[in-house]
Write a protein that binds this ligand. Structure first.
Ligand code: ACO
Length: 447
């Protein structure tokens, strides 16, 4: 693509962006085609190629969707160059400082900050749907004690579609609203079961008099033999972390939720696939990998440079987890907030975590290293979040589950928007590179 006036005669095609007339001109095999330019509310520009194949017979290839906009969305704006992240127009800095996770959930899902009355109703609905069908527990009991909590979470959310069979992807607004409340209310309850089982402890029932974060912490840490008092520092830190994770536009798990939902699959199945996508170590699973990496560095004598060198050596197959981001190429605004929150939480709780020191050393060394500078690799949201989760007493294999609880409102909002906008089924194309047509050879005649 070249600006107008400096058009090169590329073969077989040449894209000219004529910004004045909001039209992109494509010259392909000597023929000219025009495609509209779309502009978003934050002046992001896109060439609308939805008629490209119809008109030219060509498709586009964009491995990893690095340049492909899958949708128009009014939920989250992010600018990777400037390090900006806004939910429905509100900055992540403001929301993390002044809001609560449930208020942010409301904002993401319904588009506006709630009034006091709207919030009271929303919170009440969630508080009174936290209990999970006892038969779900029977399914849960069948999982081995060492099952990864993300696999369990994804399976149980999928199982919710069996417990609420009226969810069929064709629901009325009212029915969908109930499914949304059920998901938000029950996910923390289900999430704590894996931890309790790993400890050999009985699971705890939700307490409807507790707020969202306190209820989760109580289900995680209270025991029949000892009352658990929720520390407000811990609850506030959790609230902040969940807000920071609540949405991130068309990332891997969110795109998965939208794609699955585009077939009119029900909301539980769609969210369950999002949980599976999040689990991968290149996505949400990175938070577990980061702490395991930091612990390995510590156990290996704390030589951060050795690991920086390994990450730079492509033949090692090692990556510095918690570094790099597909979209942020300057800094990840969530990582800045989390880094400060990690310092605050550790100070307030009087915890001295040697892994924090390793993380700080690693960050400093990486940020001064030409390899990382050149490739614009900065700490991402996962780099410091694990340090806070550890301080809150959350075990490493539950870190990605925490991310899933945080991301749930975003997945719901994106699923709902996709359905309300009546988006067509997602179905990418391909360029086939396999064997050309050939005749079948009988097995007895094969060499
Ligand atoms: N350590 C070392 N090198 C890296 C790292 C890293 N963490 N991340 C990227 N690079 C290098 C790549 O090898 C590549 O180098 P090259 O140009 O010499 O080939 C270059 O930087 C660009 O990397 P890509 O993988 O092409 O970038 P992409 O945008 O596809 O990937 C990703 C982004 C997956 C996040 C990547 O940076 C990564 O694997 N990071 C570690 C895992 C991680 O922390 N994931 C969490 C992301 S945040 C989230 O999902 C919540």
């Amino acid at each position: 693509m070249t600006p107008i006036g400096s058009a090169l005669s590329l073969t077989p095609f040449n894209f000219i962006l004529i910004s004045m007339s909001q039209i992109a001109e494509l010259t392909l095999d000597g023929k000219k085609y025009e495609f509209p330019i779309i502009e978003g509310s934050e002046q992001e520009k896109a060439i609308d190629i939805s008629k490209l194949r119809d008109q030219t017979g060509y498709i586009t290839i964009d491995s990893g969707y690095k340049n492909t906009g899958a949708t128009k969305s009014a939920i989250t704006f992010l600018d990777g160059e400037e390090g900006i992240l806004n939910y429905r127009g509100y900055s992540i800095e403001d929301l993390a400082e002044k809001s609560s996770f449930l208020e942010v959930a409301y904002l993401l899902i319904y588009g506006e900050l709630p009034t006091e009355k709207q919030f009271a109703e929303f919170e009440h609905e969630i508080r009174t749907h936290t209990l999970v069908n006892e038969d779900m527990r029977k399914i849960f009991e069948g999982f081995p004690v060492n099952a990864h909590p993300m696999g369990v979470l994804s399976s149980l959310v999928s199982a919710m579609s069996a417990f609420y069979p009226d969810a069929n992807g064709q629901n009325s607004e009212e029915a969908t609203q109930l499914h949304i409340i059920r998901l938000l209310a029950k996910l923390p309850t289900i999430a704590t079961w894996s931890y309790k089982k790993s400890q050999g402890h009985p699971v705890n029932y939700p307490q409807n008099d507790l707020d969202y974060c306190s209820n989760f912490l109580n289900m995680m840490f209270s025991l029949p033999v000892a009352k658990y008092n929720v520390d407000p520092v811990v609850s506030a830190a959790l609230n902040k972390l969940l807000i920071l994770h609540a949405d991130h536009e068309q990332n891997c798990s969110t795109s998965t939720v939208r794609l699955v939902g585009s077939s009119h699959a029900n909301i539980f199945s769609s969210i369950s696939s999002g949980i599976s996508a999040l689990w991968g170590p290149l996505h949400g699973g990175a938070n577990q990998e980061v702490i395991e990496m930091l612990e390995a560095i510590k156990a290996d004598g704390g030589d951060t440079q050795k690991y920086i060198n390994m990450a730079k050596d492509k033949s090692s197959g090692f990556r510095l987890f918690g570094f790099g981001h597909r979209v942020y190429k300057n800094f990840d605004p969530r990582a800045r907030i989390i880094k400060k929150a990690a310092d605050d939480v550790l100070n307030k709780l009087g915890i001295n975590d040697p892994v924090l020191e390793i993380a700080q050393k690693l960050e400093k060394a990486a940020l001064e290293d030409e390899y990382f500078v050149q490739r614009k690799l900065y700490p991402n949201v996962d780099f410091y979040s694990g340090i806070i989760y550890r301080a809150l007493g959350i075990p490493t294999n539950m870190f990605t589950v925490m991310f899933a609880i945080g991301r749930l409102p975003g997945w719901i909002a994106q699923w709902k928007e996709m359905r309300e906008n009546k988006e067509p089924i997602g179905r990418p194309r391909q360029i086939y590179t396999g064997a050309p047509k050939r005749d079948f050879v009988l097995m007895s005649e094969r060499k």
